[in-house]
Design a protein around this ligand. Structure first.
Ligand code: IPD
Ligand code: CA
Ligand code: CA
Length: 269
């Protein structure tokens, strides 16, 4: 079936706007906070509420589409055939709880594994990063420019600050070398926002270990539309059905990043 991606994107923006209002209102109430895989992996009732709201809206309009969400939806999905939505109801839950700032709703639509729509809504800044495949990416009404090459020495790197401490999954020495050669480092605590910041030029790259498809699916569409390079640390395509490392960067930077992240020393992914 031929989908009208523009119409779907416009519809999805309305649903995300509705969910964003719900999140803003919830900030004045007591949040119900729980932990998931470890004491720093937090979830609130709002994560579930936003995912359920989006899932209900999608199911009603597009009963044939698959839905994968961080909290509940789509655990059984085993293939990317057909149309699939990927929902991160709150990306940056720790920020949502601790800072009430720098969190986003991330929503992507992919067809047969190819990104068609990417929406990252930075709720408190009211910034909309949107893209429909083949039509460029936007920050609110402004079309984002195609990116240009940059060197590591001139680059501001986006990464998770925790990885600079001793970590079983990362060789911090190699990361130290990379950071020392760069212009500076930023860390916002919300992968979808950080990928959107690369797309719009606020960051020159974003690198992370062990992200999930809902963290980056929308960002991938924004980044592709702005000419950025995206891969795993092993320089492979980023998967949509399992966790992965990700290096998203301006051209000119990617090979050098991968050298520090992979060639150099053994990161497990
Ligand atoms: C997390 C954030 C964080 C990243 C984690 C993600 P969540 O998402 O994007 O920046 O470092 O790996 O899991 O749990 O807030 O949706
Ligand atoms: Ca996330
Ligand atoms: Ca989340």
């Amino acid at each position: 079936m031929n989908e009208n991606w523009d119409d779907i994107k416009n519809q999805a923006v309305k649903w995300v706007e509705e969910a964003g209002k719900m999140l803003k209102e919830s900030l004045y109430k007591q949040l119900d906070i729980h932990t998931k895989s470890n004491p720093n992996d937090l979830v609130t009732e709002m994560d579930y509420k936003v995912e359920r709201l989006l899932k209900e809206r999608i199911e009603k309009s597009y009963p044939d589409h698959k839905i994968m969400g961080e909290e509940e939806a789509g655990r059984h999905i085993e293939s990317t055939n057909g149309v699939m939505w990927l929902i991160d109801p709150i990306d940056g839950t720790t920020n949502f709880i601790h800072q009430k700032f720098n969190f986003a709703i991330s929503l992507a639509v992919v067809e047969n594994g190819i990104g068609k729509i990417g929406i990252v809504y930075n709720v408190m800044q009211d910034e909309w990063f949107t893209a429909v495949s083949g039509q460029g990416a936007y920050l609110n009404e402004r079309k984002l420019r195609q990116t240009q090459p940059v060197t590591l020495q001139e680059a501001v790197l986006g990464l998770n600050g925790r990885w600079l401490a001793r970590e079983k999954r990362a060789d911090e020495q190699s990361l130290h070398h990379m950071v020392r050669r760069s212009r500076s480092v930023r860390s916002y605590g919300a992968a979808a926002i950080e990928l959107a910041y690369v797309a719009c030029g606020r960051l020159d790259c974003y690198i992370s270990f062990r992200l999930s498809p809902w963290d980056y699916a929308a960002g991938l569409v924004l980044l592709k539309e702005t000419g950025h390079l995206i891969s795993t640390f092993q320089n492979e395509g980023v998967p949509l059905l399992k966790p992965s490392s990700i290096a998203a960067s301006r051209p000119g930077l990617h090979d050098e990043l991968l050298h520090y992240l992979y060639d150099h020393k053994g990161f497990d992914y």
